[in-house]
Design a protein around this ligand. Structure first.
Ligand SMILES: [Zn+2]
Length: 206
C-alpha cells in the first residue's frame, strides 16, 4: 500500500491538500468495512441533536458554513489572467499530484504523433479491422470501436529504451513494430491490464 498517514502528513506539509487515503483501495478489508457498517447501522450520528457551544459559535462567526453555489466566495467572480497563470504554474509539472516523473508528457506526445497514427492504422489493416479476441467486426448497422493494444506496454517500451524526447521515440524500432500491436474492440481492450482509454478509432466503412 503506497499511501500511509505519514506520507500524507508529508504531502500536506508540501501544500498538497489531498486526503492520504484518496483513491486507495484495500486499506480496510471487506469484512472490516462490513463490521463498521453494521456497528453504525440504525444509530444516530454522533452530532445528532447536539448544539455547538457558545465558544464554537463565536469561532464560526463570519466564516461561511457552506462553500457551494452562491455561497462560494468565488461565485460569479473570475480569477484574473494573472492569477490563473499563477495557479497554473503552482500546480503544473512536478507540483501536480498526478506527476509521474515526466513520463506522461512524452507518452502523450508520442500517442498523438503521426508515426503512432500510422502504426495504429497498419495494425488495423493487418488484422482486417477485426477484434483479435472476440472476432467482432463493424457492419450490418453496427459501429465497433477499435483500438490498437500494445502487447508489450507502451510505458514499458519508453522506460526500457530510455525515451525522453520525440526524436528518441521516432528512432526506436521497437515502438513501431506492428507485431507488438493487436486490434481489439473497446470491450476486449478494457479487459486488458494496460487499458488506458486511448488509441480510439472508429471504423465506419466496413
Ligand atoms: Zn473484442
Amino acid at each position: 500500500m503506497g499511501a500511509t498517514k505519514q506520507s500524507w502528513i508529508k504531502r500536506k506539509a508540501n501544500g498538497n491538500g489531498i486526503g492520504w487515503n484518496k483513491g486507495q483501495k484495500g486499506l480496510c478489508s471487506t469484512s472490516t468495512i462490513e463490521k463498521m457498517r453494521k456497528a453504525k447501522l440504525g444509530k444516530p450520528t454522533w452530532n445528532k441533536g447536539k448544539k455547538l457551544s457558545e465558544e464554537h459559535r463565536k469561532n464560526l462567526k463570519g466564516k461561511r458554513p457552506n462553500q457551494t453555489g452562491e455561497n462560494h466566495h468565488m461565485f460569479g467572480k473570475h480569477h484574473t489572467l494573472e492569477t490563473k497563470e499563477k495557479i497554473r504554474i503552482a500546480k503544473s509539472g512536478d507540483k501536480c499530484n498526478l506527476w509521474k516523473g515526466g513520463v506522461s508528457k512524452i507518452s502523450n506526445l508520442i500517442r498523438g504523433c503521426f508515426q503512432t497514427r500510422q502504426w495504429r492504422s497498419d495494425v488495423f489493416t493487418r488484422d482486417n479491422y477485426t477484434c483479435q479476441k472476440c472476432g467482432i467486426k463493424s457492419g450490418c448497422g453496427y459501429t465497433i470501436y477499435f483500438e490498437a493494444h500494445h502487447i508489450k506496454s507502451h510505458s514499458e517500451i519508453l522506460k526500457e529504451n530510455h525515451i525522453k524526447t520525440i526524436e528518441d521515440a521516432i528512432n526506436c524500432q521497437e515502438l513501431w513494430n506492428i507485431n507488438n500491436g493487436i486490434t481489439l474492440c473497446l470491450k476486449c481492450h478494457k479487459e486488458t491490464d494496460t487499458y488506458a482509454g486511448r488509441n480510439r478509432f472508429i471504423n465506419t466503412n466496413a
